[in-house]
Every structure is written in C-alpha cells, then in structure tokens.
Design a protein around this ligand. Structure first.
Ligand code: GLU
Length: 484
C-alpha cells in the first residue's frame, strides 16, 4: 500500500444494526488494522426525520459490543451541510449542475405512467432548457427547487477490488438530484464530498451500492477530485436465499448478545461471511484474522448466513474460555435467571467456577446455561418427561432405596469416593454400575444426560444429593399410596 489506508463506515441510523452493516464495518476495520491505517465512523443522518440519538447509539453500542473501535468520528453529516453547499455551488457555477423546479410528485406520476406503458423513463432535463425569463418567473413564484447534477455523456469504468472491471454508460444515468429543496444534500453528493474531505483511500461497502458508484465517480470527475479505490462486498442472504432482512430474526446484531453469543465468536463468523483466510482455518483469534485479512480474498458471490454454523462457532469459543472467564461472561445470564444475586455470585465464585468447568462443553450459547446448570442452583427443577417414564417405577425406586445407605456412608464426599461407592454397590448386587448411575443422576438432576455424575454430586454436596434422592423415592411412594 503506497498511501496510508483510511477507510470508513457510513451507516444511516435506522434504529437497527443489521448484521450486514456489522460485516461491512468489520471488513473496513480489519483492512485498516491490517495496514496500520485509520478507521473512521461517519453517521449519514441527513434524513433528519428518522435520525435520533437513540438510533445512533444502536450503532455505536453494536460496534463496541463486537470490539470494533474507531480512530476518528463519529462525524455527523447533519452538521456538515455548509461543506456540501460549497461543493454544490461550485458545480452550479461551472454549469455542471442546475436548478430543477419540477414538482417531484408530477415527475413520479410521469414515471409510473411510462412504466405502465413499459417504457423507460428518465428526467428529460426540461429545467436545464428554461430561458432566463422562465427561470426568473419560477424564482418569483418562490417555487421549491432542487439541484440536479448534469450527468455527462461518457462511459464510466473502474476497477473494483472484488468485482474487477466495471463499465457503465452514463447515458443510462439520469441527472440525479444532489441537493433537496430543503438544502440538504442527497446521499451520493454527501458521500463523495465526505469521502474526499476525509481522505478516504478505499470505499468498502455492500454490493447494493454498486449502482451508486458510477454516479459518484462522475461527481468526483466533475469536481476534479481524485478517486478512492472501491470494493463492494457480497450480500448476506438468509437460508431462504433472500437478502437477510429484519424478518429473518438473525438480522439484528444485538439480538446475538441477548441470545447468549460471545462477541468474539460473532466477529469470527462475520469475518468468514464473504472472506476466507485462504486455508481451512475457521476458528481464529481476532489478531489472526487481522493478520490474514485481505480484500483480494473477498468472494464476489453472495454469502449465506448459517445460524447453525455460528452456533457451533460460539460453542467453540465458549469451550476455549477458562472457567473463570466463562463465569464472567455468564454473570448477566445468572442474574437474569435469578439463580444468584450479585453478592451471591461474588461469595460463591469457587462453586460457580466448578460448575462452569463441568457444563462448558455442553453450551452452544451462554443462555444454554440456564437449562444445562439449573439443578446446581435450584432444588425444585423440572424432571424430564422421558426420564420419568423410564425411572419412576417401583423397580428403580427399590434400587435407589437400597443404595441410599451406601451414599449416606460415604465420608469424604469426593467424586472418586462416590464412584467407588457406586461401583462397590453394583458389584455386591451383581448389577451393572450404570443401572444405579442412570436413576441416581435422574433423581439428583432431573435429567438423563449431563456432565460426569460423580463430579456433579461432589459439587452439589452430600446433604443436597441425599435430600434429592430421598425426595425422589418419597415422591414415588406417596404417589403409589394415593393410588391405593
Ligand atoms: N448510508 C449507507 C448505508 O448505510 C452508506 C453507503 C456507503 O458506504 O457509501 O448503506
């Protein structure tokens, strides 16, 4: 890279941080960090009706959550109107733009009528042809006016880093409005001016903007500004192959935080959504991704958002955490579930760390903890229905009843001693150890599967285990009594 890299994201605050925008932000950030350049945040908030502080914070919070930091900004386009005015004026003065007094609704009607007749429609430059007298008359009437860019008749061609050679005939582009009647610039003008003023070297954005690029290049040329490089990123599609949208549920970045995803895993997954490191690595640290990142390996074809893959990756990230780190990540989940309050979390940190170590392998998301580890915190957990069908019968109850004194006898209540106790009991009674282990697990946890039973029992403690086994037995007996 010869010049210092400067890239940006320019989100419009819509109150929703789409994972596609997050991916665009991420690729810009990775590119900047890889080249030791700058990543700039610019908020395209000229659509004043829709923008609000709250909507802007959705974007800032989303970036922070992912761990994406920015070097300059946020800059707000709404505060830069005077800068845009200067550029629009220079185009007007040079005869490269003109005022248009046409009523936008009239034009829209003409356009629709033409479409109905299956004809193309483009603004016919009627206001460019106004005589000075006609213009003066419209001014006198105080007619609202927009500024249109006089699109020159030339071919636009440029090299897109992802899509390579792109050519477009400018005659297919109508004279676009660059400033609205309220004096606020439109996207294309503001984007060109800002990218130039902010010395952006690479415009990296989603491919849905690729049709804007020739218009922007014509504006750069008309203003005599040097072009940045362009890279258009593939779209992200849902599993139904349509563009990922709000109705896909998966589209909101922040919903992942709420659903127990770890930012690093989401970042890793998004990085691979349209890019690959060129080998078969998938689970990568952010540093490795930064080191390997290059726009050359961005795939031009659309990427499919695969939630299962993301879930798998999240599980890998959770598994790679130390038990203490996992506890830290789980704090909000534990508080939310009501298992412990903040003081108890601090007091029982050793107990928590132990539980984390036991269930870690089984968590795909952090919220899975509630289901996977509830029995470590509450006694009145639900028993799985299938397990009840299997274990809630007189045969098992008799067996557990018979085993109970062995459990009572264990003095050093460690996983090893418990295991020895169970195996001795099985040997002495000529049964398989699992014939005791399965119902024992069920009576203590309400579940048929889970981490090693003896470790669970050690963690929960002797008193609680005994209480739960007795409760299981008594519950069954009570039920039988009622039947009589
Ligand atoms: N406001 C546009 C968007 O959110 C930015 C496009 C661009 O990067 O030029 O998609």
């Amino acid at each position: 890279m010869t010049k210092d890299v400067r890239v940006r994201i320019a989100p419009s605050p819509t109150g929703f941080f789409h994972v596609g925008s997050a991916r665009t932000a991420l690729y810009n950030w990775l590119f900047a960090r890889h080249h030791g350049g700058k990543f700039i945040l610019r908020v395209e908030d000229t659509d004043v009706v829709r923008s609000s502080e709250e909507m802007i914070s959705v974007i800032l919070d989303g970036l922070k959550w992912l761990g994406i930091d920015w070097d300059e900004g946020p800059f707000f386009q709404s505060k830069r109107v005077q800068i845009y005015e200067k550029y629009v004026k220079s185009l007007l003065d040079a005869g490269k733009a003109y005022y248009c007094y046409c009523d936008s609704e009239d034009l829209e009607r003409e356009k629709q009528a033409a479409y109905k007749r299956k004809e193309d429609w483009q603004y016919d430059r009627r206001c460019l042809r106004l005589s000075p007298g006609e213009r003066a008359e419209k001014e006198k009437q105080g007619r609202p006016k927009v500024v249109r860019f006089l699109v020159p008749d030339e071919q636009v061609s440029y090299y897109d880093i992802v899509h390579h050679e792109i050519k477009r005939e400018a005659r297919d582009i109508e004279d676009l409005v660059i400033m609205r009647s309220n004096g606020i610039p439109t996207y294309n003008l503001a984007c060109v001016v800002d990218d130039y003023e902010m010395s952006i070297t690479h415009v990296i954005r989603a491919v849905d903007h690729i049709t804007n690029t020739p218009k922007q290049i014509l504006l750069y040329n008309a203003l005599g500004l040097a072009l940045p490089e362009f890279a258009h990123l593939p779209l992200i599609l849902g599993d139904d192959k349509s563009k990922l949208s709000k109705r896909h549920g998966a589209a909101s970045l922040m919903s992942y935080g709420e659903r127990g995803y770890i930012p690093g895993a989401v970042l890793n997954y998004l990085a691979l959504l349209g890019w690959s490191p060129g080998d078969d690595r998938e689970v990568m640290t952010t540093d490795d991704i930064i080191k390997s990142f290059s726009l050359d390996r961005v795939n031009p074809s659309n990427a499919i958002f695969d939630e299962q893959k993301l879930e798998w990756m999240n599980g890998q990230y959770i598994y790679a955490l130390s038990d203490d780190e996992l506890c830290e990540h789980l704090r909000p989940v534990i508080l939310e579930s009501g298992f412990l309050n903040a003081d108890e979390i601090a007091e029982k940190s050793e107990y928590l760390t132990k539980i984390c170590g036991l269930v870690k392998k089984r968590l795909k998301t952090l919220v899975d903890f509630t289901e996977a580890a509830g029995y470590f915190f509450i006694d009145d957990f639900e028993f799985e229905k299938e397990g009840l069908n299997k274990h809630y019968n007189s045969e098992t109850i008799t067996l557990l009843n018979h085993f109970l004194p062995c459990l009572e006898k264990i003095e050093r209540y460690t996983a090893q001693e418990i295991e020895d106790g169970v195996r001795d009991f099985a040997n002495n009674n000529k049964i398989k150890a699992r014939q005791v282990i399965h119902p024992l697990r069920f009576s203590i946890t309400g579940k048929q599967g889970g981490p090693g039973l003896f470790e669970i029992m050690e963690t929960i403690g002797k008193e609680k285990c005994l209480m739960r086994v007795r409760r299981f037995i008594d519950g069954f007996k009570g039920q039988e009594e009622k039947k009589k």
